[in-house]
Design a protein around this ligand. Structure first.
Ligand code: HEM
Ligand code: HEM
Length: 183
């Protein structure tokens, strides 16, 4: 199977990046919302550390996904799609790129500002560059992290609804070509 996209379908790299990022983001959303309530301190600390490191991994994967997509053809949509559907699909897609990079960036900034930058189990710490330790900055960042989480949820619902509309109502191959089922 080809690594690069063609005019007809996504290549292996786009498919892998897409589904790996999707799973990681959904897990991070769920774990992020629940981890504050973990009662046992060492487990809580471990989960926070894993949340931060996985979040940073998502950031780098998504930056690579943007670059990869920019240098690859975009499979064209079925001709019957209306102008507003094309506009919505594109707007949601670009917004997803932006928020999935902004989310870990904000997380990285506010945990650094709070004095708890991501650390590799005490071996090495990775503070965000140029971010001072500041309680008020950390508070704003935390709020923003929560707001962006809801934006991601809304965008993903619209995006997935679009994908299922193609599958169930239009009965075209837009979902399958992202799943590796339409070569
Ligand atoms: C795509 C990546 C990420 C997603 C989807 C995500 C998602 C979330 C969510 C949903 C919460 C709960 C928000 C709340 O209700 O307070 C949360 C909390 C948190 N996130 Fe993330 N996060 C991501 C990346 C990061 C990164 C990279 C860091 C730090 C380097 C980070 C640090 C934190 C911290 C410290 C909290 C806990 C705040 C608290 O409990 O006081 N996150 N995250
Ligand atoms: C957090 C979750 C998700 C993120 C961040 C995400 C992100 C993206 C991005 C950035 C693209 C564009 C790829 C490109 O420019 O080449 C894309 C395409 C696509 N996604 Fe997602 N996605 C997510 C969840 C889902 C889900 C749940 C589904 C379906 C069940 C889905 C189905 C698709 C399909 C079918 C395409 C190709 C559409 C097209 O050809 O334009 N995605 N996604």
């Amino acid at each position: 199977m080809a690594l690069k996209n063609t005019e007809e379908t996504y290549g292996q790299m786009s498919k892998s990046l897409h589904w790996i990022v999707m799973v990681l983001v959904l897990v991070l959303l769920l774990v992020g919302s629940l981890m504050g309530d973990i009662p046992f301190k060492p487990v809580k600390h471990l989960v926070y550390t894993l949340h931060k490191l996985t979040g940073l991994t998502v950031m780098f994967l998504m930056i690579f996904f943007v670059i990869w997509s920019a240098f690859n053809p975009k499979p064209s949509y079925p001709e019957k799609m209306k102008a507003w559907e094309l506009w919505l699909a594109k707007t949601v897609r670009i917004s997803l790129y932006v928020v999935i990079i902004a989310m870990p960036l904000v997380g990285w900034f506010f945990s650094t500002a709070a004095g708890y930058p991501p650390s590799l189990f005490g071996v090495a710490a990775f503070p965000a560059p140029f971010v001072p330790v500041s309680k008020s900055l950390a508070g704003i960042g935390h709020e923003l992290h929560e707001i962006i989480a809801w934006i991601i949820v809304c965008l993903t619902v619209v995006h997935a609804a679009g994908a299922f509309t193609h599958r169930v109502i239009y009965r075209d191959n837009v979902l399958q070509r992202m799943m590796g089922l339409s070569d």
